[in-house]
Design a protein around this ligand. Structure first.
Ligand code: TYM
Length: 332
């Protein structure tokens, strides 16, 4: 089976709809015919300040949502990054083959660091994409299922894989980003030209997987729509309506043109009701199951450690090979 790997940060108290439709849904689909590795990058999370107790809680919460959302531990390996020390071990070597200018060109760092000024940004935030390259390359995956915003990071992983292979001999599989056609970019409901994100100014445009169904419906019904009244897909002129259509397509599995036809002659309000119903119907059972799983954190921790052990079997092979190739002495 071809291998895939992906991760999602334990940021915030819940996954949001973008994480769910842009990534998790796709992960669940790939696990049937791939050797799948999914993980929670808690080491990436500390590139910005975290409260320790909260980070631990969010890591468990994220894991519970993966399982509740359909990650099947008999098919997939699910683990937490910090429990697999090979991630940090490989990241160091990759740091040393990445150009400073090359790292400086990563747009997510520019976006995030510009908010607090260069001194507020940590060096960890700067080398974030290189740790992410290590996450990926350790497992030799063919594919990395992510949303559109991670494209540049996967590109860096590809470049580093090729560079290492060229310098030290064939070592890494060069991975491809698997980006879904529908749901790859979900936008903020109040501000439909910026992507849905935890760091949005107001939570009103955000749908969280763990939100109460009533709140979800309310937020969708208050989504900003556009001038005019015809339900049509036009990202430039009708970003709000197009976002709702994208969401509905991703949730129902229907294609956008088909939905546009279904809503011919109907009003924005009808579309909102349909989206609210579909999203609530999809997320409500995930919320319930997540809360059940969180009732037994010891069991969750046990499952994650078992996942880490499986992950290390693969990751340790890659690190041994790399450490030998770059000229380190044999390990203990
Ligand atoms: P993160 O945690 O920000 O996002 C997790 C996944 O959700 C997708 N996503 C979205 N998709 C559609 N619309 C949106 N509005 C939206 N917001 C987020 C992201 O594309 C991503 O697939 N750097 C990564 C985590 C990471 C990783 C990795 C991923 C660390 N190491 C190795 C893959 C492989 C991140 O911060 O994603």
């Amino acid at each position: 089976k071809p291998r895939v790997l992906s991760g999602m940060q334990p940021s915030g108290d819940s996954l949001h709809l973008g994480n769910y439709l842009g990534a998790l849904v796709n992960w669940v689909k790939t696990q049937d015919d791939h050797d799948a590795f999914f993980f929670i990058p808690d080491m990436h999370a500390i590139t910005v300040t975290q409260d320790p107790a909260e980070l631990r809680a969010r890591t468990r919460k994220t894991a519970a949502q993966f399982i509740a959302g359909g990650i099947d531990l008999d098919k997939s390996t699910l683990f937490v990054q910090s429990q697999v020390p090979e991630h940090a071990q490989l990241a160091w070597v990759l740091n040393c083959i990445t150009g400073f200018g090359e790292a400086s060109r990563m747009t997510q760092f520019k976006d995030k660091s510009s908010k607090g000024g260069a001194d507020a940004a940590s060096v960890g935030l700067f080398t974030y994409p290189i740790l992410m390259a290590a996450d990926i390359l350790l497992y030799q995956p063919q594919g990395v299922p992510v949303g559109d915003d991670q494209r540049q990071h996967v590109e860096l992983a590809r470049d580093l894989a090729k560079r290492f292979n060229h310098r030290f001999g064939e070592t890494f599989t060069v991975p491809e980003a698997f980006i879904p056609k529908e749901g790859a970019r979900i936008y903020d409901l109040q501000n439909p030209t910026s992507k849905m994100s935890k760091s949005a100014e107001s939570p009103a445009g955000l749908i969280n997987v763990l939100d109460e169904p009533k709140l979800i419906a309310k937020r969708i019904k208050s989504a900003v729509t556009d001038a005019g009244s015809v339900v049509a897909y036009d990202k430039a002129e009708k970003p709000g309506v197009s976002n709702l259509l994208d969401i509905l397509a991703a949730v129902t599995g229907k294609h956008v043109p088909q939905l546009v036809q279904e809503f011919e002659g109907k009003m924005y309000g009808h579309l909102k009701v349909a989206v609210a119903d579909a999203v609530v119907e999809r997320l409500a059972p995930i919320r319930t199951r997540t809360l059940e799983l969180l009732d037994d954190p010891a069991e969750l921790d046990r499952l994650l450690l078992a996942g880490a052990a499986k992950a290390r079997e693969v990751a340790s092979k890659t690190v041994s090979d790399v450490y030998q190739k770059v000229g380190f002495l044999p390990p203990l």
